[in-house]
Design a protein around this ligand. Sequence first.
Ligand SMILES: [Zn+2]
Length: 289
Amino acid sequence: MHTLRDILEQTQKNGVAIGHFNIADLVLLKAVFAAAQELNFPVLVGVSEGEREFIGVHQIAALVRSLREEFDFPIFLNADHTHSLPNAVEAAKAGFDAIVFDLSALPFEQNVRQTKGAVEALKSINPNILVEGEIGDIGIGSEIHEDVPDLTKGLTDPKEARQFVESTGIDILAPAVGNMHGMLQSMVQGKTRKHLDIERIAQIKTAARILLTLHGGSGTDDEDLRRAIAAGINIVHINTELRVAWRHGLEDALVKLPHEVVPYKILPFAVESVKQVASSRLRLFNNAR
Ligand SMILES: [Zn+2]
């Protein structure tokens, strides 16, 4: 079985990106896995601190490992947006493949110092673990937002990106390049889309020469995503789009089956709804039709 690093290097060579989908329950995991397996694309499953608290750190690690082993399939697990070293250590010990160590809210020097310390601590637990660091401002919360936050001041500077990568020893960088966590209602309705600073992505890639993750991919214009991947993005995060699909699928089931109480007859509607979104995003990230 290939490691996540092997898969990422391969995607980089092929000019495609790996899809990262956040999950909070078995419905989302089943849907994302079914989409990846059907299309035969490797996939990265992510759990934020809140999602981990709900599903259980060791429980999600066991679930993802069981899928990987039973189906001999490249599905990997990421500890998304981890804001403290103890939480990162817990995930590393539970067997996660990657950790997003996110101190981007701190001043640059403190972010550098503490991220460097985290890289050393996490690699001592598992030398193969991939550590992602973050600089810049991409907003908080994969939810439906009322207003667009002003993130223009928090865009990542290519020189700072290089300095951050060199002084911390991270494996992956999450830059702020016009991306944003969450979606506006108008994006859910498909009336507006997010746009990315493609030139900045290319400059960061040239300066920092590192694997790059695009967070907050939900609601982003398809062509911008294609161009971002061509400019050097290796991982694309999708969360809010799946959450919206999860809710719509569930609502649909409850309307269609008003008297049903059997979970395994209700929940497949949500699985199917999430699977369609994951499939369509995976096709786009992998340049497939
Ligand atoms: Zn994120």
